[in-house]
Design a protein around this ligand. Structure first.
Ligand code: AMP
Length: 226
């Protein structure tokens, strides 16, 4: 099973993808995370990506496709399904993804769009942090660590607040989402693959909604609006 998680920045894609990858034994592919890894290597490509990300813009299609292609080829050896988080973000990327998967004799079965209100997004992203060691994502308000200041996954006590999670850049990213990414909604609806989920609630409820949807005996994208 290969799944795309679609949604505005701060809709919870990353958190939900991490949970789904455990529940359904899928490989979580976050293109944002792939970019941040490249940035942390301090390469020329990394510094170019950092500038674009800091400005809240999208990485040009040709670059992000290259980054993903490399990763996909290595990951496809494991025979697990994929859960794409933050990719595709343009119609052109969606078409390229279909071609890349077709070369691997794979296809996307489900596209799950997580809907969250704009004012909720800004407050959510402003309080988002991640573990500096393992990258696990938390939210001081909605999804805190079990023990204050200690990562649940690896025990690290160091946390990072993303540079692009400040109000000005969040609003820019939301604009970019509306203009370039939202057209994917009718695109996948037209293919009969889109499911819409209300994400204006806690992590566990959203996760259960997605799980129920994927576990349903017959998933009918056109009728699934949870
Ligand atoms: P994310 O971690 O998904 O919020 O992504 C962080 C940033 O990485 C985005 O704001 C973009 O600058 C860049 N990025 C991640 N995925 C893509 C993509 N599919 N296309 C273009 N840029 C991307």
């Amino acid at each position: 099973m290969n799944i795309i998680l679609l949604g505005a920045p701060g809709s919870g894609k990353g958190t939900q993808a991490a949970l789904l990858s455990e529940k359904f034994n899928l490989q979580h592919i976050s293109t944002g995370e792939l970019c941040r890894k490249e940035v942390s290597k301090g390469t020329t490509l990394g510094s170019k990506l950092a500038d674009i990300m800091k400005a809240g813009q999208l990485i040009p299609d040709i670059l992000i496709i290259d980054i993903l292609k490399q990763h996909l080829l290595e990951s496809s050896k494991s025979n697990k399904g994929f859960i794409f988080d933050g990719f595709p973000r343009t119609i052109s990327q969606a078409k390229d993804l279909d071609n890349m998967l077709a070369d691997l004799k794979l296809t996307v079965e489900h596209v799950i769009q997580i809907n969250v209100d704009k004012n909720y997004i800004v407050s959510r992203l402003s309080s988002r942090t991640s573990c500096a060691q393992c990258g696990h994502v938390y939210n001081d308000k909605t999804n805190p660590t079990l023990v204050s200041g200690v990562c649940d996954k690896c025990g690290s006590k160091e946390f990072i607040h993303r540079q692009d999670d400040n109000e000005e850049i969040i609003l820019k990213r939301l604009d970019v989402y509306s203009t370039l990414t939202a057209p994917l909604i009718p695109y996948y609806q037209g293919m009969g693959k889109l499911h819409q989920i209300d994400g204006n609630t806690d992590v566990e409820t959203v996760s259960n909604r997605i799980e129920n949807l994927l576990n349903a005996d017959k998933v009918s994208p056109k009728s699934a609006s949870v």
